[in-house]
Design a protein around this ligand. Structure first.
Ligand SMILES: [Zn+2]
Length: 146
């Protein structure tokens, strides 16, 4: 890692499943995983794993790790599990949903002692994602008075 030094080269994310270099793909490219345009992604075609990039990132910085079908599913379930908490925070604190989601992920990750602390759901490993899901579900059940 060359943290702190100016790096002009584009990032080259690797696939966490096979270790291969991910390919940058836009809508219409052969390796692009969606039929419709969901924005550019880094993709590993053999693993069918991909991740989007930061909006307005001129260097195509990925949002996190490449996610295969199982991780995409786990992230989507975690996202849904957090939505009631996110909505509550938006109402209470007047933050936007994007910020509230990031805070929710940091809260769960802190509670579970993840190191390094992820900034977004896209940084979670499959294992962390499942752990977070279990934690949030137990938290919500307790809050409902279980
Ligand atoms: Zn791969």
């Amino acid at each position: 890692m060359r943290v702190g030094k100016p790096v002009k080269a584009l990032p080259q994310p690797l696939c966490d499943y096979c270790g291969a270099k991910a390919v940058f793909a836009r809508a219409g490219d052969e390796s692009y995983p969606y039929r419709d345009d969901h924005g550019p992604v880094w993709v590993c075609v053999p693993c069918q794993a991909w991740i989007g990039i930061h909006a307005r990132s001129t260097r195509h910085v990925p949002l996190g790790r490449l996610a295969d079908a199982a991780l995409r599913d786990a992230k989507s379930r975690l996202h849904d599990a957090l939505e009631p908490l996110v909505a509550g925070k938006v109402r209470r604190d007047g933050v936007n949903a994007f910020e509230a989601r990031a805070k929710a992920i940091r809260w769960v990750s802190t509670e579970l002692g993840f190191d390094p602390l992820p900034n977004s759901i896209h940084m979670l490993t499959p294992d962390q994602c499942e752990q977070a899901l279990g934690y949030v579900e137990a938290f919500m059940a307790a809050r409902r008075g279980g």
